[in-house]
Design a protein around this ligand. Structure first.
Ligand code: NAP
Length: 474
């Protein structure tokens, strides 16, 4: 058992002292993992002022060195960071080690991008209306970015905001999730130790009305980058006022499995997509749409495969599925399963929670209008829905309010191409899980899943900077 840690928020690199603390408990056994001294409204005000006042942007070289140095520091302590996430979020060690590895990639790619100048040059004598001039573009940092992150990847989601902002030279105020904030604060310590100037990063936790909402609504904030649920994202969109918004919201991604699919591959993708990270990925497989001809065999094999996903103590090396974030979430998931069963679905394995543990659950004959599949169910559920053909699958896939990502399992190129063209979502992965990506590729959804503004290291750097155009006689 790790010793309970006492952490502080950071205002422009300095620890904030406070009597109000937030206690973080391990979702598996209820033990105290640590506490955080919370920020107040005055700290939010001071952080916005300090961030806006910062002018000493380090050079591209220095920013790249800071990111690379942070990567080295994290690499040296990767197991400690993985165990901290497991301890505060209940995710199995297999998952949290993977998350630390992804974070190392984010830091490396951001360090590389910090060195890359993406300016453009336009010759102006190319039309009868033109002149002997050249137009140039260059990216400049913003004065103040705000990032608000969720609990489900409490380190990597933070890195995906902070590292591109550093690469862009834009100072940032981060508001991590209060459900798993400790790793975010430890990550900030690494950044400062690597040489990040204090005013380039503040990390605030506190009451929503004292921290998150004032940050979102302040006119001195140039951009709000939010990853989290649809209701909170829409509230931010309604209240932020005149500023840039990057919204990466919920999903209920389909995995479409056609009659011609490689069944072993389809079953592996369904299990990995549904159960990894306790099913708490925005791009987890949340609906499995299987064509009539193979649905029985697919279901039989998925139930067998599910037995491999041992659910239990997240610190146990044999465990593949830890808890969901808290007992309330497990109760919600159990409720949507019961609703589906009342509407005619059948639970073939799993379905019964113990505290915050919900074992991987395969449910078949799920009606198309059940809450479990119409809304986002953020947990290790694998609901199977029968489809007649590709057109039926595509129509069903597109039928919900979400549009984040998708997966299609087929050996037919024409089916794959039709799916890519027809699915209304941010990503289509053929013969892969919807969550497949690399950390610098464009990522993000449409419809209720987002405004179509992408993240991923390269796109995020664009969001945290603006393009200045200038021209010269030539
Ligand atoms: P959440 O409840 O929306 O919380 C996300 C963050 O918003 C937290 O830091 C939360 O602070 C903060 N927040 C709450 N109320 C706010 C307000 N009124 N104004 C500003 N910020 C506010 O989401 P979650 O439960 O942590 O995360 C799960 C959700 O995130 C799922 O829907 C998942 O699909 C989505 N997600 C999306 C992506 C993507 O890239 N599209 C990636 C990962 C997760 P507190 O902690 O203090 O409540």
């Amino acid at each position: 058992m790790l010793r309970a840690m006492k952490l502080h928020c950071f205002l422009a690199g300095n620890s904030i002292r406070s009597d109000k603390t937030l206690l973080i408990r391990n979702p598996y056994n209820g033990s105290e993992v640590g506490s955080v001294a919370l920020a107040a409204r005055a700290d939010t005000e001071a952080a916005i002022a300090a961030t806006n006042a910062f002018r000493d942007t380090p050079t591209r070289h220095c920013r790249s060195v800071i990111l690379e140095k942070t990567r080295e520091l994290l690499d040296a302590r990767r197991e400690e960071f993985a165990r901290l996430i497991t301890n505060e979020a209940g995710l199995a060690l297999r998952e949290t080690r993977y998350e630390v590895g992804r974070t190392l990639d984010v830091l490396r790619f951001a360090a590389m991008e910090a060195l890359r100048d993406d300016g453009q040059i336009f010759s102006c004598d190319i039309s009868p209306q033109g002149k002997a001039r050249k137009i140039f573009t260059t990216r400049e940092p913003l004065n103040c970015a705000v990032a608000i992150t969720p609990f489900n990847h409490p380190l990597n989601q933070v890195a995906h905001k902070v590292a591109p902002a550093i690469a862009a030279g834009t100072p940032m105020i981060l508001k991590p999730s209060e459900k798993a904030p400790l790793v975010a604060l430890k990550f900030a310590e690494l950044l400062y130790a690597a040489g990040l100037p204090g005013p380039m990063l503040s990390v605030l936790l506190g009451l929503t009305g004292e921290v998150a909402e004032p940050l979102v609504q302040d006119p001195r904030v140039d951009v709000v980058a939010f990853t989290g649920s649809v209701p909170v994202g829409k509230r931010i969109a309604a209240t932020a006022g005149y500023k840039k918004l990057v919204l990466e919201l919920g999903g209920n991604d389909p995995l479409i499995v056609l009659d011609d699919a490689d069944l072993d591959l389809a079953v592996t993708l369904a299990a990995e997509g549904s159960f990894r990270n306790s099913g708490q990925r925005c791009t987890a497989v949340k609906r499995i749409l299987v064509q009539d001809g193979i649905v029985s065999e697919f279901t039989r094999r998925l139930v067998e495969k599910t037995r491999d996903y041992l659910c239990g103590d997240p610190m146990d090396e044999a465990t593949r599925v830890g808890t969901v974030i808290d007992e309330a979430s497990a109760i919600y998931l159990e409720t949507v399963v019961k609703e589906a069963v009342a509407a005619g679905a059948k639970v073939l394995i799993g379905g019964k929670r113990r505290g915050a543990l919900l074992p991987p659950t395969v449910i078949t004959d799920v009606p198309r209008d059940c809450r479990m599949v119409v809304c986002e169910s953020f947990g290790p559920l694998a609901p199977i829905m029968r489809v007649g053909d590709l057109d039926d699958a595509l129509a069903l896939a597109n039928s919900t309010a979400y549009g984040l990502s998708s997966g299609v399992v087929t050996t037919n190129l024409n089916s794959a191409l039709k799916a890519i063209k027809t699915l209304r979502c941010g990503t289509v992965n053929v013969n892969e899980v919807p969550g497949f990506r690399v950390e610098n590729s464009p990522f993000g959804g449409i419809k209720d899943s987002g405004l179509g503004v992408k993240e991923g290291v390269i796109e995020a750097i664009k969001a945290y900077s603006f393009v200045k155009t200038f021209s010269l006689p030539w």
